[in-house]
Design a protein around this ligand. Structure first.
Ligand code: BGC
Length: 485
């Protein structure tokens, strides 16, 4: 083990002391990595517009239309579940390259589809890609981030998701008059090609992943490109020391008969609190109802009495608010911290979606209804939306990070699938307003869960986060880092 280096707090990957020009380069890397998030958002946004024309071309019934949208979510569950193992085996960079290639293949299939079956196949392939991207991007971002701006860089994922949604709405707008749905999907090839190019020529492999595999020289070169030779040597040694310590602890656990490898590691007592928090937040992020607004905003708006012809315009407004508030969140996340942001976000979401429900039940004016909807989107985008993706890159210890991110993301997609499928029938059965009240209740319960179980992660290293989680779950703190809590 390398001796003589003090522990820096807050380290997820080896990059800690980075000069300003290095920060600029890392920010560029983060934007390139988050293109994976852009693909996720673009696909979310484009299908709603394209569907209007596909359904005429292919003569789709209501069930078939719904399945064109939701089959992507099934692909995404599979993609995100497999992403952990892939990112461990191939590395973060090559996994992301594969994500881009699979997205291109999916785009070619969808744009050349001559009927429903081929279209469904293309949507599944696209789903595999966006699912894998959504699980890999937070891990990769986390491992190239310097501590001080880790929150900001991890939030980049959500920024690119929201940007993807907004650009897709514009693309829908551009091609709507000519009814060129194939062109709408084809635009997605541009960010996919950029992503593949970035993984081939711009991005370094995660130094954390390289060092853990003994590829120290390659990691050192990557780190030196944003620091200098001397600092790179020190950072690599420090990272080796941390990995060595992790392995020693793992060996001790093995000797005590409580060690687990691979995905099973997620159930180990030291990782379980992170798993509970990750999975609960993943479910809440969807069961709070966000995608009923993102996917069905035009339908909902129409029910308030406004004209359908303006629906794409309103979607663009919702998309813009979503993006602007994500930018606000990026500025706040490393200052205010993750915990207060999620708490404020959930409280505002609960109140606004309750009021939205009330607006439908008692029949308030469309202006008021729209206002509650806007507050709700803003509350999500300024907190729970981006901070969920930040947290799943942070709460798991390095040895379980890729798998932890993978299962949390999969639960997020499954929940997305359930809510998207159940929303319209549920609203039909118990009423639109009453359905929004269920979302309000979920947000309120989530508020109490977060205030009880989510520790602050800002500026903390994996050991401190683990200790803080253990403490909140009332377990004995076994690690020395616990004292720093
Ligand atoms: C969610 C997506 C949602 C998007 C809206 C993301 O954080 O995971 O399901 O569509 O935010 O901006």
């Amino acid at each position: 083990m390398v001796q003589g280096f003090s522990r820096e707090p807050g380290v997820q990957g080896p990059l800690t002391e980075v000069p300003p020009q290095g920060i600029r380069k890392i920010t560029l890397w983060a934007v390139a990595i988050a293109l994976g998030g852009f693909l996720f958002g673009f696909d979310t946004g484009v299908v709603s517009g394209a569907l209007l024309y596909i359904r005429e071309d292919f003569d789709l019934n209501a069930f078939e239309q719904g399945s064109v949208v939701s089959v992507l979510l099934i692909g995404a569950v599979v993609g995100s579940t497999s992403a952990g193992a892939l990112a461990e085996r191939l590395g973060r960079r090559r996994s992301l390259c594969l994500v881009g290639v699979v997205f291109l293949v999916g785009t070619v299939i969808v744009t050349s589809a001559n009927g429903y079956a081929i279209l469904m196949l293309g949507r599944i392939v696209l789903g595999l890609s966006v699912g894998a991207a959504s699980a890999t991007v937070p891990v990769y971002l986390s491992e190239i981030s310097p501590t001080a701006i880790r929150g900001r860089l991890l939030t980049m994922n959500q920024l690119m998701i929201t940007l993807g949604i907004l650009i897709a709405y514009f693309v829908n707008l551009i091609f709507a008059s000519s009814e060129m749905w194939r062109a709408m999907f084809a635009v997605g090839a541009i960010p996919a090609v950029l992503l593949v190019a970035a993984t081939l020529w711009l991005l370094p492999e995660s130094p954390q992943w390289l060092i853990a595999r003994g590829r120290v020289e390659q990691a050192r070169r990557g780190i030196a490109s944003v620091t200098n030779e001397v600092t790179a040597d020190q950072l690599v040694k420090r990272a080796q020391q941390r990995i060595e310590e992790d392995r020693t602890q793992q060996a001790a656990r093995k000797a005590a008969g409580s060690a687990a490898e691979g995905p099973k590691r997620l159930l180990a007592p030291d990782v379980r609190p992170a798993l509970i928090v990750g999975l609960t937040l993943a479910a809440v992020q969807q069961f709070g109802g966000i995608n009923t607004i993102i996917y069905y905003a035009p339908t909902i708006i129409q029910q308030t009495g406004l004209s359908a012809s303006n629906s794409i315009f309103y979607s663009v407004c919702i998309g813009a608010i979503n993006l602007v508030m994500t930018l606000v969140a990026i500025r706040l996340v490393d200052r205010a911290g993750r915990r207060p942001m999620v708490l404020v976000s959930l409280a505002l979401m609960a109140v606004s979606v309750f009021m939205l429900g009330l607006a439908f039940v008692v029949g308030m004016s469309s202006v008021l209804t729209l206002l509650f909807m806007v507050i709700y989107i803003a509350a999500f985008a300024g907190g729970l939306g981006p901070v969920f993706w930040t947290l799943i890159g942070e709460i798991f210890p390095p040895s379980a990070r890729a798998d932890g991110s993978s299962v949390s993301t999969a639960v997020n997609w499954v929940s997305n699938f359930i809510v998207s499928l159940a929303f319209l029938p549920l609203a039909g059965a118990i009423g639109q307003g009453e359905t929004f009240w269920i979302f309000a209740l979920i947000c309120a319960l989530a508020f109490f869960f977060v205030s009880r179980y989510l520790p602050e992660t800002r500026g903390r290293d994996p050991e401190q986060i683990e200790a803080a989680l253990q403490q909140r779950f009332g377990r004995t703190r076994r690690r020395q880092a616990a004292r720093t809590h």
